[in-house]
Write a protein that binds this ligand. Structure first.
Ligand code: ASP
Length: 438
C-alpha cells in the first residue's frame, strides 16, 4: 500500500456534482490519503471563480463601493454545495464570521483564502476525512517567504496523526503575525507538492479537467494523442516552447523529492493521464514525447570567412545583444556562419539598429535577415538512442514543402529545433506529428 496525495483544481470542485466525482475517486483508491482542494472554479465558461469574486469584494471595499452583492453570490454558492451534498458544517456561521472579519478590515490574503477554506471544510465532511487548516502546516516568515524546512517538518508531524485528510490549498500562515498568507494565483498546486514531499508520497496526483498533456496543440493537430509518460526535462523543453503545462514553481517540491506527478481528469477517472517522472521513458512507446512551437522570431544570419578561427567573435556579438538589453533565443553555428535567433517582442523595432551594429563591429562578409520565423521543437528523450530521427523529421518537412531556415539540436539530443517561416508553422507541426506518431 502506498501514499497518494491528490490535489483537485477549481473545475474539479466547482459544485456538488464535481465533488461527488471526488468521492468516487477517493473511494476507489484507498491509497489517496491526503486531498488538497482549490476554491470552486468555473462551472461553465462565463461563470466566475470564487477566488476572483473574493478579490473583487476586497477591491470594492477598498474603493468604498458596496460589496454585499458579490458576497451574496459566494454565500449562495457555498450554501448550495453544502445543501446538495447533504452535509452540515455550519457554512452559514462560517460565512457570517468571514463577513464580520471583512468588515473589521481583514487582509486581502485572508479574504482570498476563504474559498479554499470553506471548500475544504465541506469536502472533508462529505468524504468523511479529517479537515486540517493549511494555516497549521504551511508556514511563511515575516517577509512572506515560505519556510520550507519548517513547513516540511510540520506537515509530516501533523498529517502523520491523520489517516485521511482534506487540506485547503493556496495559503498558509505567517509566523509571528499569525496572519494568512497566500501563494501566487494557482498556488494550490504548490500546497499539493509540498504535502506530497513532506509525507513522502509515492505519487502526487494533480486532478483537473483534461486527461494530461497532449503530444501537440489540438488547435493544430486533430485529436492529438495524450502523453502517457514524460520526464521533467522534456516537459521543460515543451513548456519553454509554448506548450501550456504545469508551472515549474508549482511542482518544484515534488520534483526535488523525486515524486512522480500524475495529471488526471476528474471527469474521466478511467484515463491514466500523464505521468511526469525524473527519468525519461525510453523503452518502447513513441520516439518523441511531444511537439511545441512559437511564432514570431527573427533570424539574423552572419557570414564571415574564417569566423570559426576568430577570437572573441561570440563575446563581441553577445556584448552587442546585451547592450541592447536583449537575449538570444538560439545561436546555431556553422563553419563560417552564425545565426542569431531573437524573439520579435525583444527586438521591438530595433532590428535595423542591431543589424547596423553587427555590421560595424563584427565586420561580416554578408548578413541575411529572416523576419517572421517560427521555431518548432520536437522533444523526446528517445531520440538520442534512435538512428535516423533527424532524417525522419527533415524528410517529413521536405515532403510537406517546408523550407527549413535553421536547425538547432540540444547537446542532450533530447530535442531538435527547426526554424521555419511563420506561414509554414501549422503545416510543419502537422507533418512532424504524422511522421512520428501513428
Ligand atoms: N483559488 C486560487 C486561484 O484561483 C488558487 C488555486 O486554485 O490554485 O488562484
Amino acid at each position: 500500500m502506498g501514499i497518494k496525495v491528490a490535489k483537485f483544481g477549481g473545475s474539479s470542485v466547482a459544485d456538488a456534482l464535481q465533488i461527488e466525482k471526488i468521492k468516487n475517486i477517493t473511494k476507489n483508491d484507498e491509497d489517496i490519503k491526503y486531498v488538497i482542494v482549490s476554491a470552486p472554479g468555473k462551472r461553465y465558461s462565463d461563470d466566475s471563480k470564487v477566488t476572483d469574486l473574493l478579490y473583487l469584494c476586497k477591491t470594492h471595499i477598498e474603493h468604498k463601493i458596496p460589496y454585499e452583492q458579490i458576497f451574496q453570490v459566494i454565500y449562495d454558492r457555498f450554501m448550495a454545495v453544502e445543501a446538495d451534498l447533504g452535509v452540515d458544517v455550519d457554512i452559514k456561521g462560517e460565512l457570517k464570521s468571514i463577513k464580520s472579519e471583512i468588515e473589521d478590515g481583514a487582509s486581502v490574503d485572508f479574504i482570498a483564502s476563504r474559498g479554499e477554506y470553506l471548500n475544504a471544510k465541506i469536502i472533508a465532511a462529505y468524504l468523511g476525512f479529517d479537515f486540517i487548516d493549511a494555516r497549521d502546516i504551511i508556514k511563511f516568515n515575516e517577509k512572506g517567504r515560505l519556510m520550507e524546512d519548517l513547513t516540511n517538518e510540520t506537515i509530516a508531524k501533523v498529517l502523520g496523526q491523520h489517516e485521511r485528510a482534506v487540506i485547503p490549498g493556496f495559503y498558509g500562515e505567517k509566523l509571528e503575525a499569525g496572519t494568512v498568507k497566500t501563494f501566487s494565483r494557482g498556488g494550490s498546486d504548490i500546497t499539493g507538492a509540498l504535502i506530497a514531499k513532506a509525507v513522502d508520497a509515492d505519487v502526487y496526483e494533480n486532478w483537473t479537467d483534461v486527461s494530461g498533456f497532449l503530444m501537440a496543440d489540438p488547435r493544430i493537430v486533430d485529436d492529438p494523442k495524450p502523453i502517457k509518460k514524460i520526464s521533467y526535462m522534456e516537459l521543460r523543453e515543451l513548456a519553454y516552447m509554448g506548450a501550456s503545462v504545469l508551472h515549474e514553481d508549482a511542482i518544484y517540491p515534488a520534483k526535488a523529492a523525486d515524486i512522480p506527478i500524475n495529471i488526471r481528469n476528474t471527469n474521466r477517472p478511467e484515463d491514466p493521464g500523464t505521468m511526469i517522472t525524473s527519468q525519461p521513458d525510453t523503452d518502447g512507446g513513441h520516439i518523441i514525447s511531444g511537439i511545441a512551437g512559437k511564432k514570431d522570431f527573427t533570424v539574423i544570419g552572419i557570414y564571415k570567412s574564417h569566423l570559426a578561427n576568430e577570437k572573441g567573435f561570440i563575446r563581441k556579438l553577445a556584448g552587442i545583444i546585451e547592450d541592447h538589453d536583449m537575449t538570444i533565443e538560439h545561436l546555431p553555428t556553422g563553419i563560417d556562419t552564425m545565426s542569431v535567433v531573437i524573439d520579435n517582442k525583444m527586438l521591438n523595432g530595433k532590428l535595423d539598429e542591431l543589424v547596423d551594429e553587427f555590421d560595424s563591429q563584427l565586420k561580416p562578409d554578408s548578413m541575411e535577415v529572416f523576419e517572421n520565423m517560427a521555431l518548432i521543437a520536437t522533444v523526446g528523450a528517445g531520440m538520442a538512442s534512435r538512428k535516423g530521427t533527424s532524417a525522419m523529421l527533415f524528410t517529413a518537412l521536405a515532403q510537406a514543402g517546408v523550407n527549413i531556415r535553421m536547425i538547432d539540436q540540444g547537446s542532450s539530443e533530447m530535442n531538435i529545433i527547426v526554424g521555419v517561416e511563420n506561414q509554414d508553422f501549422e503545416k510543419s507541426i502537422k507533418a512532424i506529428y504524422r511522421a512520428f506518431i501513428n
